[in-house]
Design a protein around this ligand. Structure first.
Ligand SMILES: [Zn+2]
Ligand SMILES: [Zn+2]
Length: 377
C-alpha cells in the first residue's frame, strides 16, 4: 500500500509499506478521506514532542474509512462498516479520563502523532482506541469526506458550548479559516442574533457568507473596534471566539466585549508569550474569559449527530481534493490560505472516487491544480 510518511521536520515521503497487520482485539480500516489540519502542518514543519527523533510516522488525524478487517475478539464492528475516529485516545484512568474528558488527558496517545494516522491506504486501529470509545459508526447519510471533518468541527462545538452561545447573543469570530467557518455554522445553529466575522485576508473572509455570517469585517480596511461598536449600538459584543494565532487579537478581543461578555481564546499561540489584557475591564464588566482545546468523545458524538442529521453541511468546507501521491501539494495548499479545507481522497477498487460518484456534495469539491513544488514548507 501507499503511505505518506513523516521522516523528519520538512520531509514527508509517499512510499510503499506493507498493509498493517492487526491483532485479535484490533481492526483494520481502509481510509476513504483524510483532511489536512493546521496541526498536521505544524508537525510536518517542526515535529512533535511525542515523535522521537528518527521515528517515522504517518500523520493525519481527521479521517474516515471502511472496516477492512476485524480481529477475532472484536465485537460491534464488521467488514464494510463505515467509521471515523477521534484522534486522542485517553489513558482511561486519570481524573480527566474518568470524567470523560479524554481531550484533557496528560498521558494520551493520538492518531497522526504517536499512532500512525490517516494519510495512508490502510490504518490499524489499536485495541485501546476501540476500547476507549474512539471509533464511531458513520450516520447513513454522511459521506466519508464530511465525516473526516467532524473532528475539527467537534472541537469548535466544545468551544461554543463552553460559552453557551444562544439566540440572544451577538457573536464575533476573529479568523476566517476552516475553524472560523465551523464556528459561524455553530453560532447560526445556536440561533445567535448577529454573527460577525473579522479577518485580514479578503478571499477567505468573503467565503464566510456561504456559511451564514451576517457581517464581514475586513480588518485591513476597516477598524474592528469601530465596526463592532456600530453593529452593537456601542454595547460591545456578547461572545467572541479568537480563531487566529495572534496575541494582539487576544488583547483587543477583551476590549470588544459587552458587559458580561464571554470570550474563548480558541486558537493557541504557536509560541507562548505574555499578552497584555485589561484585567480591570474583565473585573468591572464581569467578563468571562476561557479557552478550550480538542474535543472529548462525547463532544464528537454530538458533532457527528449534527453532521449526520443534516443540520450542518461540513462537505462545503472542502475547496480542494488531492490524491495521496500529491500530499505535499495538499499541505502547501492548506498552508497558503488560498481556500478552506484540503482533503486527501482515496479511489475505490474500480478507480472511482466514491464520494464524487455518489454524492451531490461532489459539486462543491473543486479539484485545484497547484503550482507549488513538492517541498513541505
Ligand atoms: Zn485537526
Ligand atoms: Zn487519562
Amino acid at each position: 500500500m501507499r503511505a505518506a510518511v513523516f521522516h523528519r521536520p520538512g520531509v514527508m515521503v509517499v512510499e510503499d509499506r506493507p498493509v498493517p497487520g492487526f491483532g485479535d482485539d484490533e481492526i483494520l480500516v481502509r481510509v476513504r478521506a483524510a483532511s489536512v489540519c493546521g496541526t498536521d502542518l505544524r508537525i510536518s514543519r517542526h515535529g512533535h514532542f511525542k515523535i522521537p527523533a528518527g521515528a517515522r510516522r504517518v500523520q493525519g488525524h481527521e479521517f474516515a474509512g471502511d472496516v477492512a478487517g476485524v480481529g477475532a475478539q472484536v465485537a460491534g464492528f464488521a467488514v464494510g462498516d463505515r467509521i471515523s475516529v477521534t484522534p486522542n485516545v485517553g489513558c482511561g484512568h486519570c481524573r480527566f479520563c474518568r470524567q470523560g474528558l479524554n481531550n484533557m488527558c496528560p498521558d494520551y496517545e493520538a492518531f497522526g502523532i504517536s499512532i500512525d494516522g490517516g494519510f495512508q491506504e490502510y490504518v490499524r486501529i489499536p485495541a485501546i482506541a476501540l476500547q476507549r470509545g474512539n471509533v464511531f459508526h458513520l450516520p447513513a447519510d454522511l459521506d466519508h469526506t464530511a465525516a473526516a471533518m467532524v473532528e475539527p468541527f467537534s472541537c469548535c462545538l466544545r468551544g461554543q458550548e463552553a460559552l453557551q452561545v444562544g439566540y440572544q447573543d451577538t457573536v464575533l469570530i476573529i479568523g476566517a479559516g476552516p475553524i472560523g467557518a465551523f464556528n459561524v455554522m455553530l453560532a447560526k445553529l445556536a440561533g445567535a442574533r448577529l454573527v460577525m466575522v473579522a479577518n485580514r485576508s479578503r478571499p477567505r473572509l468573503d467565503r464566510m457568507v456561504d456559511f451564514g455570517a451576517d457581517v464581514l469585517i475586513h480588518t485591513v480596511e476597516q477598524d474592528l473596534e469601530q465596526e463592532v461598536s456600530a453593529r452593537t449600538g456601542g454595547r460591545g459584543v456578547d461572545v467572541i471566539l479568537t480563531c487566529a494565532s495572534d496575541p494582539s487579537v487576544q488583547a483587543l478581543s477583551v476590549q470588544l466585549l459587552a458587559t458580561h461578555g464571554r470570550l474563548n481564546f480558541f486558537a493557541g499561540l504557536g509560541v507562548a508569550e505574555p499578552v497584555g489584557i485589561d484585567t480591570n475591564r474583565v473585573h468591572y464588566r464581569g467578563l468571562t474569559l476561557t479557552g478550550t482545546t480538542g474535543s472529548s468523545n462525547s463532544d464528537y458524538a454530538k458533532a457527528l449527530g449534527l453532521a449526520g442529521g443534516g443540520r450542518v453541511d461540513l462537505g462545503r468546507l472542502v475547496t480542494a481534493s488531492f490524491e495521496l501521491e500529491d500530499i505535499n501539494d495538499a499541505f502547501a495548499y492548506a498552508a497558503s490560505g488560498a481556500g478552506m479545507k484540503a482533503v486527501i481522497s482515496f479511489p475505490d477498487d474500480d478507480g472511482h472516487d466514491r464520494r464524487a460518484a455518489g454524492s451531490d456534495r461532489a459539486r462543491t469539491v473543486t479539484a485545484v491544480a497547484t503550482t507549488t513544488s513538492g517541498a513541505v514548507r
